[in-house]
Design a binder for this molecule. Structure first.
Ligand SMILES: *Cc1c(COP(=O)(O)O)cnc(C)c1O
Length: 294
């Protein structure tokens, strides 16, 4: 499933500062960024192992699209449960939802009221032929793939003879940052909470185990509400684009804004792991346009 250069790491200049970026958004058009690594164990699994995958979450989620691409490739049925789809999206289905449906995803809308009970039931009702993947792919199954990502980083670090390395990547569930820090105890892994606040991120990560000491949670001067349009995030996205790389508007733009506020991090070599999500920009840019911000 890997269409691009293995372990492509490039130097990147932004605001006169020098970074490296691991271009994992190029791994595969539909299954890219950290979702590639989080689903790696399933990508490697024989088709015969499962008949269907069951998951739930937001209707423009990157994890949803990645799982849809995986299931399409494997011939597995993908059942996805969500809260009621917004009217504007129903009228014109775009972005990740459009692509996932085109890949054969079976969408189940349930009312806000029934959502939690329904998810609980999904989790309990999976049989041997079906796999339940929690929201955003936040699951121990991700560990195998993230460890593979860590191997690639270690190889590069050795080749470049970099002694002190700061690795940066944004967090939703924190699964990626957590397992990466665990697999790379000699590096610092820096992240920021994009979905909830810092306390929420810590609680999510603690479900995976005790927090590694080399995992650092950065906070910015301003807290952004998840997936909401902000003029300064759009500006950040454009600055990054002008510097030569497309990042996603939801996670990437926030992570870069926070990173640029922490000068001490840049005293050592910084490697940013591109977490993907670029295809989701279509629907986010539509929302910026609808608000007259773009
Ligand atoms: C899913 C996602 C994340 C968050 O990954 P976690 O492992 O849940 O922390 C970050 N960036 C992008 C673009 C994503 O799609």
């Amino acid at each position: 499933m890997r269409n691009f250069d293995k372990n492509r790491i490039e130097s990147f200049i932004l605001q006169n500062k020098s970074f490296y970026v691991k271009r994992d958004e190029l791994l595969n058009p539909l299954l890219s960024g950290n979702k590639y690594w989080k689903l790696y164990a399933l990508i490697e699994m024989p088709k015969e192992r499962y008949k269907q995958l069951v998951s739930y979450g937001g209707t423009q989620s990157n994890a949803m699209l990645s799982i849809a691409a995986l299931c399409h490739q494997k011939g597995w049925v993908f059942h996805y449960t969500c809260k009621p789809v917004a009217d504007y999206l129903k009228q014109q289905v775009t972005g990740n939802l459009r692509k996932a449906l085109d890949l054969g995803m079976v969408l189940h809308e349930v009312s806000h009221h029934d959502y939690h009970a329904c998810v609980q039931q999904l989790r309990e009702s999976c049989d041997a032929d079906s796999l339940f993947v929690p929201q955003g792919g936040g699951d121990p199954i991700a560990q195998t793939g993230i460890e593979q990502l860590a191997v690639e980083i270690k190889q590069w670090q050795k080749k470049q003879s970099i002694e002190r390395l700061n690795i940066v990547t944004p967090s939703g569930t924190g699964t990626t940052a957590f397992y990466l820090a665990q697999a790379l105890p000699k590096c610092h892994v820096l992240t920021t909470a994009v979905v909830g606040d810092k306390a929420y991120l810590i609680s999510q990560m603690e479900m995976l185990g005790a927090l590694p000491k080399n995992l650092i949670l950065l906070q910015g001067s301003k807290k952004y509400q998840f997936a909401k349009p902000y003029a300064e995030l759009l500006d950040m996205y454009h600055d990054l684009l002008d510097a030569g790389i497309t990042f996603d508007l939801i996670y990437g733009a926030v992570m870069w804004k926070v990173l640029l506020q922490h000068h001490s991090v840049m005293q050592d070599t910084v490697l940013y792991i591109h977490s993907g999500g670029v295809l989701g920009n279509v629907s986010m840019l539509d929302r910026y346009k609808n608000k007259g911000m773009f």
